[in-house]
Design a protein around this ligand. Structure first.
Ligand SMILES: NC(=O)c1ccc[n+]([C@@H]2O[C@H](COP(=O)([O-])OP(=O)(O)OC[C@H]3O[C@@H](n4cnc5c(N)ncnc54)[C@H](OP(=O)(O)O)[C@@H]3O)[C@@H](O)[C@H]2O)c1
Length: 309
């Protein structure tokens, strides 16, 4: 029995080392040089080629290399009867918290204005409100969203969340479902999208959503590119409904060279680096899930195919 790693255009030697550090005898196959597909019982994959997962007749479990699973849910060759897991990891949450904190602080302390002033040789003090009055709304109050929200709260920002289902143990104010989306947006000066991409959340960052935010709100999208209607962002920036955006994810990645976002003065772009899975910290749960799959036990961090995350 073996575990196959499928990650096109990525050197996975760090993953191999991390997995073997957990279990030196682990039999690891590396796509595209899979010697014996019949022996593969667990697959770890990211952006796998279409149809590939059908080649493993004895598969017992599948895991994403990261937190997202759209590449698996959208893959018709991904067997529906095989349990699917994703990575939920403290390092991933911490890294995302750093990214969001960076975006919030750069915006709130007006670093872009100072950069422009520097270019003009201008010494001018910009007024900023007290941080405790800045209202940050976390759209997607899940594993990562909750951690980010608590880090921002600890730092002193006013934070609230939005999720699908109410949970009574939520410590912050959390709005739920379509019915409370308007209330959530009305109170949000910095909107942070950390939703999974599902049929309900695709295109959710649109003009109708932006119009419910206070004027000159700021957007951070670190979830998935398809959450955002790109033309609506451009329109909202033009009208002043939004004053700027930090984007880590895009519909087409890498972002095409001619894309209007590249040169937009109010948009900051990063190349999908907000939070990258650290093999060393994630390897423990992958090896654990591998053994759970072999024993026929439920996987940790299992994905619910019905709800799409
Ligand atoms: N850019 C990067 O580098 C990077 C890195 C890691 C992750 N990500 C992305 O970050 C996102 C969040 O990951 P995660 O691990 O935190 O996901 P998660 O634990 O599954 O959390 C998802 C959250 O979204 C909420 N949600 C789902 N559908 C909703 C809907 N229709 N309406 C309202 N709320 C809804 C869920 O509500 P309930 O709690 O009520 O179920 C949950 O709170 C994913 O898109 C992932 O791909 C990006």
């Amino acid at each position: 029995m073996s575990i196959a790693l499928i990650y096109p255009q990525r050197d996975v030697s760090d993953w191999v080392a991390a997995l073997q550090a957990q279990e030196p005898e682990l039999d690891i196959e590396l796509w595209p040089e899979i010697r014996c597909p019949e022996r593969v019982e667990f697959v770890l994959c990211w952006n796998q080629p279409a149809g590939l997962l059908q080649q493993f007749p004895n598969l017992r479990g599948i895991s994403s290399f990261g937190a997202g699973v759209n590449h698996l849910l959208n893959d018709k060759s991904c067997p529906v009867n095989i349990p699917l897991a994703r990575v939920v990891d403290p390092d991933l949450k911490q890294s995302m918290a750093e990214y969001v904190m960076l975006g919030v602080l750069v915006h709130f302390r007006r670093l872009a204005d100072y950069r422009r002033q520097q270019e003009l040789g201008e010494w001018l003090v910009q007024k900023v409100p007290h941080l405790s009055t800045i209202r940050v709304g976390i759209m997607g109050y899940g594993e990562i969203g909750r951690y980010v929200a608590h880090k921002l709260t600890d730092f002193g920002f006013k934070v609230h969340g939005w999720r699908r289902n109410r949970q009574h143990r939520d410590k912050l104010t959390v709005y739920t479902g379509e019915d409370e989306l308007g209330e959530f947006l009305k109170r949000t000066e910095i909107l942070v999208c950390l939703l999974p991409l599902t049929v309900d959340t695709e295109n959710i960052l649109n003009l109708q959503t932006f119009r419910q935010l206070p004027q000159h709100a700021y957007l951070i999208n670190a979830a998935r590119g398809a959450h955002l209607v790109e033309a609506d962002l451009l329109a909202a920036l033009k009208s002043g409904q939004l004053c700027g955006a930090l984007l880590d994810v895009f519909r087409d990645e890498p972002l095409p060279g001619h894309h209007p976002f590249w040169k937009h003065a109010k948009i900051t772009i990063t190349p999908h680096i907000a939070s990258v899975t650290n093999p060393e910290s994630a390897a423990v749960q992958i090896v654990e899930n591998y053994h759970r799959a072999l024993r026929g036990e439920p996987l940790h961090n299992r994905v619910d195919r019905g709800r799409g995350y």
